[in-house]
Design a protein around this ligand. Structure first.
Ligand SMILES: [Zn+2]
Length: 87
């Protein structure tokens, strides 16, 4: 191997075209209870179903969910259903 001559005739491959990211879904507004408190947005059931509803417990300050559902949303535990009465 002598030197490093560029290989003629072979153009560099074109850079991969970046895929445009899909537009993110619009942020869901925090639902407010009549008292002006934020309520839990945790969905129950299928949005297509008639009985679809939200938890609507009082949400944690600055969070879209109540304390219980914050735990579920932010810690993916494998413990399954576990009722923890401790506040
Ligand atoms: Zn909740």
């Amino acid at each position: 191997m002598v030197g490093r001559a560029p290989r003629p005739g072979l153009p560099p491959p074109p850079p991969p075209t970046p895929r445009l990211p899909a537009s993110p879904p619009p942020p869901r507004p925090v639902r407010l209870a009549p008292l002006g408190k934020a309520v839990c947005n945790w969905p129950f059931g299928d949005p297509q179903d008639d009985d679809f509803h939200f938890c609507e417990a009082e949400a944690e300050p600055g969070k879209p969910y109540c304390a219980e559902h914050c735990n579920r949303a932010y810690t993916r535990s494998t413990r399954g259903e576990e009722a923890d009465e401790a506040a």
